[in-house]
Design a protein around this ligand. Structure first.
Ligand SMILES: NC(=O)c1ccc[n+]([C@@H]2O[C@H](COP(=O)([O-])OP(=O)(O)OC[C@H]3O[C@@H](n4cnc5c(N)ncnc54)[C@H](OP(=O)(O)O)[C@@H]3O)[C@@H](O)[C@H]2O)c1
Length: 231
């Protein structure tokens, strides 16, 4: 699949940057977003993708992001809603403002951007939307009230969009990674060869997207095979 136009949110590092790299390596055009200009610049120069500073929780930034896709690629075929982060706290100590702010990015920003992209995809008669959820959205865990809720929401939203968009030949795919060794939650520097790397998630997404358009994988999880043993 080397002739698609990708928009990837949160492509300045971690899983998003790995998807930018894999999509470019396969010969696709890519626009990606992030907030850290230095990281955006690094990914852009390493991959040849077009990076823009845009916060997915801000409506005007999302309008600008879609405009950048028109300007640089003439539109888009694949939207990867990846930007997100975790706010963790035990019930009894959940800060409601922090939970709402996280929902602005993980949930409301994802809906706002997709709301702006779907009319373009309907008009062109096809498209792919990949939503990065989490295994935290499949099974709750201690301290996960806010984060798990946001990722359950992403899975539920994905199911709604599948129902609405399949008749328009738009595939919606929800991806649930288990622990991936990124800077997520401030946990940079892990390098355990037995645990998932960002490139593992990118590879899984690219192979799903390369399936014949007849085939839709509505949702899949990615786990490390044997993360408990140090290799
Ligand atoms: N790592 C894991 O174990 C794991 C597991 C399951 C699911 N996930 C999900 O996978 C996605 C990527 O996580 P990651 O591990 O790659 O994290 P990461 O290394 O911290 O990268 C997060 C990316 O999202 C961007 N971002 C965050 N908030 C944003 C906003 N409001 N607007 C625009 N960009 C924003 C960041 O941009 P800047 O740095 O430029 O601000 C960065 O590029 C998230 O949705 C996360 O919840 C991660």
């Amino acid at each position: 699949m080397g002739d698609k136009r990708f928009l990837i949110t949160g492509g300045s590092q971690g899983i998003g940057a790995a998807i930018v790299e894999a999509a470019r390596a396969a010969g696709n055009e890519v626009v990606f977003t992030g907030r850290n200009e230095e990281l955006i610049g690094r990914v852009a120069s390493e991959t040849g993708a077009h990076g823009i500073k845009a916060d997915v929780s801000v409506g005007e930034d999302n309008a600008r992001t879609v405009e950048a896709c028109r300007e640089h690629m003439g539109g888009l075929d694949v939207l990867v809603n990846n930007a997100g982060y975790g706010y963790m706290a035990p019930i009894g100590e959940v800060d409601m403002d922090s939970m709402k702010t996280m929902f602005d990015t993980n949930v409301f920003g994802l809906v706002d951007l997709t709301n702006r992209v779907v009319p373009l995809m309907k008009e062109q008669g096809q498209g792919d939307i990949v939503n990065i959820a989490s295994t935290s959205g499949i099974r709750g865990h201690a301290n996960g009230t806010a984060y798990s809720a946001s990722k359950w929401a992403v899975r539920g939203i994905s199911q709604c969009w599948q129902t609405e968009l399949r008749p328009h030949d738009i595939r919606v795919i929800s991806v649930c990674p288990s622990e991936v060794q990124t800077a997520w939650g401030g946990r940079a520097g892990r390098n355990n060869p037995k645990k998932l790397y960002a490139s593992d998630i990118a590879d899984a997404i690219l192979s799903t997207l390369s399936a014949n358009r007849r085939a839709l994988w509505p949702e899949f999880a990615v786990f490390a095979t044997n993360p408990w043993s140090e290799g």
